[in-house]
Design a protein around this ligand. Structure first.
Ligand code: PMT
Length: 401
């Protein structure tokens, strides 16, 4: 699974730095391309030459060295990495990443990357258990960074406790799990909706909402990476559609979205409706710009079709996933929608919480299943929420054959 994957391995100043040499050996054995970055302190514990020989690649230790290619090195690494693994990670590097500091090539690369970041802490037990380190770790986990649990046992500092570097094999297994999802949706067709709808009043004005499309586009992007054939039906957004879509259908209004969704429904194995569809539209479209006259103006509205509810009625063996953006009695309202629309599960975002719902890069969601189970996920990047939602779709696909 790691074959041809580009792993950037950051080695920091822990006594466990020498153990990373074994990680490089195993990564190479599995066919990964490895670029090692060492911090200054790491170089005090192990010589870069060890990693250079094992990775068959010069080790990067300095942000300002002469590059051998004409590119901004940390950005080029950040862009091309499939995974950035920091192992061993000291309390210091964890604190720097959490604070957004970018004062060396490793921290700058991490700050610039969109790739999955994995951190394997190794340190003295008291440093690990210190509330400052724990707060930093929790914060990083909330951002979607994978922080591994160190092992318990005798430590190099003489203490016994949690802080030991995990076995290299275990770290490799976790990396494989992360990239191994890559093709688990192959052969499946996903119909995903994203963004708002716009309901025109006249040629100038419309009724809409704050959906940016980020949640739906993240779902489409992740489903493509995992091998699915993806049809994205999108209301107006400022986002470039992800590369590799099977079909992109831009729409404006709820009626247009309904048409596009119904046309593509029969070929879909999974439908995920992340779009924020306007529930009402102006009864009459005024072909000319409405002139300002009285103090009050009344726009009469009529109900739009509930697209997801229609799909719920037509559903045969498709997996149906809805979203609910709620501000009051979130669970009660989401549950009502789940039942009325005949969904397999609904993703509830309580849009009153900071970092959840419309516009932000992160979301805080609760997944409520048709059998009454529910799972609350922490605040995560929408890209990672998307992956977690796709993980939850998989068992339904298997169930439906
Ligand atoms: O786009 P972002 O800025 O990233 O924000 C993401 C989001 C907040 C828009 C998204 O996570 C979300 O919650 N989308 C659904 C918002 C919503 O309008 O929920 P709803 O409670 O009105 O609708 C429930 C479900 O029915 C949704 O899946 C919706 O797509 C669907 N629906 C609603 C009305 C309608 N007429 N037709 C529908 O299909």
């Amino acid at each position: 699974m790691l074959k041809n994957k580009f792993v950037v391995l950051g080695v920091t100043g822990s006594i466990a730095a020498y153990k990373s040499a074994d990680l490089v050996r195993l990564l190479k054995k599995r066919g990964a391309r490895v670029q090692v970055i060492m911090t200054k302190s790491a170089c005090k514990f192990v010589k870069p030459l060890t990693f250079q020989v094992l990775s068959q690649n010069p080790v990067i230790t300095d942000m300002f060295r002469e590059p051998y290619r004409w590119e901004v090195e940390h950005v080029a690494l950040a862009d091309s990495a499939d995974i950035i693994l920091v192992a061993p990670a000291t309390a210091n590097i964890i604190a720097k990443i959490a604070a957004g500091i970018a004062d060396d090539i490793l921290t700058a690369t991490i700050l610039a990357t969109r790739a999955k970041v994995v951190i394997a802490p190794a340190m003295n037990v008291h440093m690990y258990e210190n509330p400052i380190t724990q707060k930093n770790i929790e914060y990083l986990k909330g951002l979607g960074i994978k922080v591994l649990e160190p092992e318990e046992g005798p430590l190099a500092c003489g203490y016994t406790g949690r802080g030991r570097f995990p076995a290299a094999e275990d770290i490799i297994n976790i990396l494989e799990e992360l990239v191994g999802k890559a093709q688990d949706l192959k052969g499946r067709t996903f119909l995903i909706t994203a963004g708002p709808t716009r309901e025109p009043i006249d040629p100038i004005r419309y009724i809409s909402n704050h959906s940016s499309g980020k949640m739906g586009y993240s779902l489409a992007h992740k489903a493509i990476i995992r091998g699915a054939r993806v049809i994205l039906v999108s209301g107006p957004t400022n986002i470039t559609p992800p590369a590799g879509l099977y079909k992109f259908v831009p729409v404006e209004t709820a009626i247009q979205m309904e048409k596009a969704v119904l046309e593509n429904f029969n070929q879909a194995d999974v439908v995920i409706k992340a779009a924020a569809v306007a529930d009402y539209r102006p009864k009459k479209f005024n072909p000319e710009k409405i002139k300002k006259k009285d103090d009050e103006m009344i726009v009469e509205l009529v109900k739009n079709p509930d697209i997801l509810q229609e799909l719920g009625k037509k559903k045969q063996n498709q997996v149906l996933v809805g979203f609910a953006a709620e501000t009051d009695k979130p669970e009660k309202n989401a549950l009502e929608k789940l039942k009325r629309k005949n969904l397999d599960f609904i993703v509830l975002n309580d849009v009153t919480q900071e970092g959840a719902g419309f516009g932000s890069d992160t979301n805080i969601v609760k997944i409520i299943y048709k059998d009454g189970r529910s799972e609350a996920l922490p605040r995560m990047l929408k890209e990672d929420v998307a992956d977690d939602i796709l993980d939850r779709v998989l068992p339904f696909l298997t169930e439906n054959g």
